[in-house]
Design a binder for this molecule. Sequence first.
Ligand code: KG4
Ligand code: ZN
Length: 346
Amino acid sequence: MLILGLETSCDETGVALYDTERGLLADALFSQVDIHVEYGGVVPELASRDHIRKTLPLVEEVLARAGCAGADIDGVAYTAGPGLVGALMVGATLARALAWGWGVPALGVHHMEGHLLAPMLEADPPEFPFVALLVSGGHTQLVRVDAIGEYRILGESLDDAAGEAFDKAAKMLGLPYPGGPHIARLAQRGHAGRFTFPRPMVNRPGLDFSFSGLKTYTLNTVAECGESGALSEQDKCDIALAFEEAVVATLVIKCRRALREEQLKTLVIAGGVSANLSLRRQLDEALAKEGGRVFYPAPRFCTDNGAMIAYAGARRLQAGQRDDAATRVRPRWPMEELSPLAPAGG
Ligand code: KG4
Ligand code: ZN
């Protein structure tokens, strides 16, 4: 089954072709970062307008690269939520129009399920059940995953998402949006031990997260360092490292706690922040000591992309799921509302 996947939930237009027999055939991505950078964050209306410009050319590009034609496609998957409503509408409308024209089914996919299943695109995918840490710009969640569509939220952020915290800390240091990769780069040149930031909520039981205190602590540190003039490059690197260490330490502690409570050994990390090398390294080390293992997507499939939507859609379309006649997008969409995979034809 050859599935076209479209991702347009935020500021990346992602398109991919996934074949259930042959795997990922082609994928293409256009990032709108340059459009939004001068505003310090994503401007929804500009995002929607650019998805309109980019989606169809990217569809043509992936078809050409895979040597396929529209007539070869067996189904179209698109991100139906959560995300920016206008941006979601663009992908939903185009996906459903293409599917209608080709006479094949369309299916709206949950963006976080896409992230969650992205490690399945790798040569050595994880096996169910596992605990997933979903860390993106909009979400920080620990989820018990028993199968596709069988999700139980174990914990989540009570305020900012981890990626959002990275973005805000970056802004305080005068770094461009999205800030995660910039913080990570500065942190590499930071001196360990100059600052120690608090590890939020690690001394409290449970699996929820909170990053707002860390944000305030970062702001205060930036203000103190800047009292005698502008921050030096080294100040910025040291603060970036202390911030990254605090976020990573918190995530590692909560992941280990979740695995212990669920009596599982397999962890999956996905979403933009899972591209963070320090997080990957520290989780690798911590789990290896306990006989566990962490799986993550290739770096380009950690952040938003079309391949994860094509994959998640393919699994569900293959099981017989499809949209009805109404076009619906869900800017807010709790993951626990997703249905398990129905048997083929069901
Ligand atoms: O999954 P994603 O592309 O979009 C959402 O669904 O939100 O995640 C984007 C987030 C941004 O907040 C960005 O700063 C963060 O992922 N991010 C990182 C890294 N790369 C991206 N955060 C920390 N370290 C990174 N290397
Ligand atoms: Zn995302």
